[in-house]
Design a protein around this ligand. Structure first.
Ligand SMILES: [Zn+2]
Length: 842
């Protein structure tokens, strides 16, 4: 059949105009199905561990010593590996994470490097691998229990130990490894663990992490964890019990994972008594080593050593810190079923900030996290001060935050210090106890933890500015260039914009889930269910997704699909609001089938009569043919009477960002009162691009605002209000042109509105002084800027200001025409184009 072009064109037009068209369907509400692994007897469709769930176990006995003269760590460990899997194992894999700094490591080899016009020497040396450091584990021996050498093979950060006979299900295998490595200078090399040198008193503080060969995870999901440690994707570790003896100079104080077993031996009588006192002191920290005592110890160096003995049960890792500089304070925390000891270790350089905030922050964290998940199960929770890092281990973490040399610190330093302590202590829950695979999924610990970090600060530190981890805080990331955005469900090593992707966005998503999608009651119960199902186990992403649905009866596949598997952003526009009232004349009821145009509350108010004069519509008597076989009839007249005096509003919403979202609609009535309606995201399930919905009220509506409290992460608030509160459109009639002879005065305060791609930025523009000698400032949400090169020639105003564009100064040039009490013009940003600005004299 020959189809005419006219027919084709017609068909295309119909398709384009039909919002039900098949090609618009992006399956945003389809079940995840294929995206999730098939449930089995290890991991069930409910998200809970299955009846055949198993996990391995590794117990360690370690002797380790630090040489304070050479900064060499020497260790000897005996590992007992329990095979609980249904499979015989012919070899075991051990992780050698220090090898990430060995010569020709994968991390340095594969990092991109380039030369810029000028770069700080420290960064350049690191960039081109020009740092002289003999890093990596020096493995001296690998032996079985009888002392016989075991065949082993090292592949970068992994070591395969071959067994003479396969290790059967239910059996265990004991072997030992001797090693040493040069502890690195964190100031020079960065990274987790290492040492910090203090030149003023010639002392070291050691924070030891990834310091011993650790068993890799073998599980039902991946077999042996076989992804090399490159640096970003952190760790996958097996639970077990540890006995660790740490030998250091006898004047050192040691903080470590676990309980100190020989406190009487290594502490003075005073220190020991104070530690006992702390265990039953709940209101404020008790000093075990005071600042005065720590300062005194800095002055000499003991030539003797002492061995600190620690024990830790059911931990996935072990870390410790050691220095003669440490001040030590502790206090007990009362939880419903436990009383852990919160402790802080810090050099005098951390005070007075640390004695005020650190232990208190640990206490706040344990209390809030316990309430949201389960009572903190470990005996101690420790925060150690370490410059420029935040890093977590079971029961112990290393945190930045120091005052200046005079002991002063800003609110920003305090905020950062509290945030990092809450965050790193919080990691005890995710991933130390709810033991996810960090090598694969950064969000599973960082995202969940950043969410609870934000919740803790919201509850316990209301004075802090909460943006990070909130829906509002993720807007600038989510509306950014999609070239630089990858889904949350991206392997740790391939994530772009690491912080927003793996911390900020998942935390914001969980906040939207709690506050908007599920509500606190359902969310908290489900989140708690996940934490309890998987504590001391190894969850995968699907176990989290499934549990949140299983425990709440809320289908969240659309949510995971949109927020975790996609890169769309939330941006809903209120395109149109139409006001209707019913005709009340009897005669209209007979007027069947008539279509009526709605009264349009138009944008910009150019047709304000629409607000005063609603369009009429009719309700007609229901025809008998709509009843089919039913004998009974609806009372049409009662329905009409009920709705006779109501105001009906038909609102059209369009989905500009692509991410489907619930709608929070605030109606402001003409008498000034407000009412909020909440519509679940499922309103988009038949049409993902555009929906309309009718609301009715007794009162007349003056304006409509979508998500006025910014709870959904909507990236463009400009199109959320109706009628549009749009300064730009009010200035559309601005017709003034450049006039060199105009006599204009600009001194005073002017409003400032910039029409940026991210929506309207509002602020204030202040000019001081006389013609030819103006000074000025521009203040917006982003900051306050001094203006330079201000010129006024006739009615043409020009000025420039500089902003910090991430280490590089960006000049913004502006030009505007001033006409009486108004101005209108443009701002040009180097290589980024220009946008309109307008304002009025205040
Ligand atoms: Zn973290």
């Amino acid at each position: 059949m020959k189809i005419s072009r006219v027919f084709l064109l017609l068909a295309m037009l119909i398709a384009a105009g039909n919002s039900w068209a098949q090609e618009d369907w992006e399956k945003k509400f389809e079940q995840l199905g294929q995206e999730l692994p098939t449930p089995n007897s290890y991991r069930t469709g409910s998200g809970a561990p299955g009846e055949a769930y198993w996990q391995q176990r590794a117990d360690y006995k370690i002797n380790v010593s630090i040489d304070d003269k050479t900064q060499v760590l020497t260790g000897s460990e005996t590992i007992t590996y329990h095979n609980n899997s249904p499979h015989p194992l012919r070899y075991l894999w051990v992780q050698l994470d220090q090898n990430v700094r060995a010569k020709d490591n994968l991390s340095d080899q594969t990092k991109n490097s380039s030369i810029r016009d000028s770069t700080a020497a420290k960064f350049f040396a690191s960039n081109v691998n020009a740092i002289d450091y003999d890093g990596g584990f020096k493995i001296k021996s690998v032996k079985d229990a009888s002392g016989k050498d075991l065949p082993h093979m090292i592949n970068r950060t992994m070591m395969r130990v071959d067994l003479a006979t396969p290790l059967k299900t239910g059996e265990n295998f004991t072997f030992s490894i001797d090693w040493s490595y040069n502890i690195y200078d964190r100031m020079l090399i960065g990274g987790r663990g290492g040492y910090e040198y203090f030149p003023s008193d010639d002392n070291y503080a050691y924070t030891c992490a990834q310091w011993y060969p650790r068993m890799a995870v073998y599980d039902d999901y991946e077999g042996w964890q076989n992804k090399q440690f490159i640096g970003r994707g952190e760790f996958a570790l097996t639970f077990g019990n540890f006995e660790v003896n740490i030998t250091v100079p006898s004047d050192h104080i040691v903080a470590a994972t676990g309980t100190l077993e020989n406190a009487k031996e290594v502490l003075t009588k005073d220190q020991y008594d104070r530690l006992q006192k702390a265990k039953s002191t709940y209101d404020a920290p008790v000093f075990i080593v005071t600042e005065k005592e720590a300062r005194e110890k800095e002055k000499s160096k003991s030539s003797k050593t002492a061995t600190w003995q620690f024990k830790a049960d059911m931990v996935r890792d072990f870390a410790f810190a050691s220095s003669r500089k440490y001040i030590w304070d502790a206090q007990a925390v009362k939880l419903p079923t436990a009383t852990p000891l919160a402790m802080s270790f810090y050099p005098k350089e951390g005070n007075p900030l640390w004695e005020r905030e650190s232990t208190k922050a640990i206490k706040n964290t344990l209390e809030v996290y316990s309430e949201r998940t389960f009572d903190y199960p470990y005996p101690v929770a420790i925060s150690v001060n370490a410059a420029n890092q935040g890093m977590e281990y079971p029961m112990i973490c290393f945190n930045y935050g120091r005052p200046d040399a005079k002991g002063n610190y800003s609110d920003r330093v305090r905020d950062g210090n509290i945030s990092v302590i809450v965050h790193e202590v919080g990691h005890n829950y995710f991933p130390m106890i709810v033991n996810s695979d960090e090598r694969q999924w950064t969000w599973m610990d960082e995202g969940l933890n950043t969410f609870l970090e934000k919740e803790t600060k919201r509850e316990r530190y209301p004075e802090l500015d909460l943006v990070w981890g909130t829906p509002k805080g993720v807007v600038s990331y989510m509306k950014g260039d999609k070239k630089y955005i990858r889904p949350i469900m991206t392997n740790s090593e391939q994530i772009m914009q690491f912080g927003p992707n793996a911390y900020g966005k998942p935390a914001a998503a969980l906040t939207v889930l709690r506050e908007v999608v599920m509500g606190p009651e359902l969310f908290d119960a489900s989140f708690k269910e996940y934490a309890n199902r998987w504590k001391f186990k190894h969850p995968k992403p699907a176990d989290f997704f499934r549990t949140m649905e299983d425990a709440s009866a809320v289908d969240l596949d659309w949510f995971w699909r949109g927020w975790f598997y996609g890169i769309d952003n939330v941006d809903v526009s209120v395109d149109e609001v139409k006001w209707y009232r019913m005709r009340n004349e009897e005669g209209d009821i007979e007027n069947k089938g008539r279509t009526v145009a709605g009264g349009n509350m138009t944008a910009g108010g150019s047709d304000a009569t629409g607000l005063d004069n609603p369009e009429p519509f009719s309700l007609t008597e229901t025809s008998d043919r709509f009843y089919g076989e039913f004998m009974n009839r609806v009372d049409d007249k009662a329905i009409m009477a009920k709705l006779a005096d109501k105001n009906f509003y038909q609102i059209k919403f369009t989905n500009q960002g692509g991410l489907v979202t619930p709608l929070i609609i605030e109606f402001t009535f003409k008498d000034g009162t407000k009412q909020t309606e909440k519509i679940p995201a499922e309103i988009w399930r038949m049409n993902e691009k555009e929906v309309t919905k009718v609301f009715y009220f007794d009162k007349e509506v003056a304006s409509v605002a979508l998500d006025p409290e910014e709870l959904t992460g909507d990236t463009n608030l400009k199109d959320n209000v109706f009628p549009r509160d749009d300064m730009m459109s009010k200035f559309d009639s601005f017709r003034a042109t450049a006039d060199a002879n105009a006599n204009v005065e600009i001194a005073g305060t002017w409003s400032f509105v910039a029409d940026t791609p991210q929506g309207e930025t509002k602020g204030e523009l202040i000019f001081d002084g006389k013609k030819g000698k103006y000074k000025g400032t521009l203040t917006t949400d982003m900051g306050s800027y001094d203006l330079r090169d201000i010129t006024l020639s006739g009615n043409v105003l020009k000025f420039t200001f500089d902003v910090d564009g991430g280490g590089q100064t960006i000049a913004i040039n502006s030009e505007a025409i001033v006409d009486g009490d108004r101005y209108k013009g443009k701002m040009n940003i180097q290589s980024m184009g220009s946008f309109e600005i307008v304002g009025m004299k205040q």
